[in-house]
Ligand binder design. Structure first.
Ligand SMILES: *[C@@H]1O[C@H](CO)[C@@H](O)[C@H](O)[C@H]1NC(C)=O
Ligand SMILES: *[C@@H]1O[C@H](CO)[C@@H](O)[C@H](O)[C@H]1NC(C)=O
Length: 201
């Protein structure tokens, strides 16, 4: 009986320790790609593909490093966004916040509830632009809101590697790219051009 309690006690310490040190992060944009995420968060470990109901994928706010508009999630009762759940060391939350541009007020951090493939609800941290862009059909996304070729390829390859359903990868390709590449520095960090340039038709 006593040793039973001791085991329970030790297990709870280990559990507590684990929760202290790591947090769950839901990525839906360029951080779907592990090599991209690990530039700023080397501790990232892939957990599962997951979907976020009540939001849609969208793009806005031209970014000079990407040479195109990055992704956001916008509130949308009819929408659903697929992404990846990653577990990260707490110590890397600050560098993730920095990458997401929290300080500039462009993005904000939010706690969201996502569903894994068994439909279990999981709470995770994510980021969205502080103002939602107006909803348009992906095909008619205005030029200034289009992601770069590099960006679209990064999220499509990342989605593929994370096991996100192919219909959703096709959906990503419905957003027209702006014909530009990310800067040489960022391209190099990403290992772009990818030797595996996927396109599902
Ligand atoms: C993440 O945390 C674990 C446990 O503290 C540690 O062993 C590991 O080195 C950390 N990883 C990085 C990349 O900091
Ligand atoms: C973008 O990069 C690809 C792969 O290196 C290259 O083939 C293409 O010409 C580049 N496009 C532009 C607009 O620079």
């Amino acid at each position: 009986m006593r040793s039973g309690w001791l085991v329970l006690f030790l297990v709870s310490i280990i559990e507590c320790d684990r929760h202290e040190k790591r947090f769950l992060y839901f990525a839906y944009g360029s951080n779907l790609l592990k090599s991209r995420l690990q530039i700023n968060a080397p501790s990232a470990v892939f957990i599962t593909p997951a979907r976020l109901p009540g939001y849609r994928l969208d793009f806005d706010n031209y970014n000079p490093k990407w040479r195109g508009a990055p992704a956001t999630i916008a509130a949308d009762p009819k929408g659903e966004v697929w992404g990846a759940l990653w577990a990260l060391n707490y110590s890397e939350m600050a560098s993730l916040d920095k990458q997401e541009g929290l300080k500039d007020g462009l993005y904000e951090a939010i706690d969201i509830k996502v569903l894994n493939i068994e439909n279990h609800v999981i709470t995770a941290r994510s980021y969205k632009m502080t103002s939602d862009p107006p909803k348009v059909r992906p095909e008619v996304l205005p030029l200034q809101r289009r992601p770069s070729n590099t960006y679209i390829q990064v999220i499509a390859l990342g989605a593929y590697q994370c096991g996100i359903p192919s219909y959703y990868i096709e959906f990503i390709y419905r957003f027209p790219a702006n014909g530009r590449n990310a800067t040489d520095k960022l391209s190099q960090e990403l290992g772009y051009p990818f030797n595996r340039n996927i396109r599902i038709s």
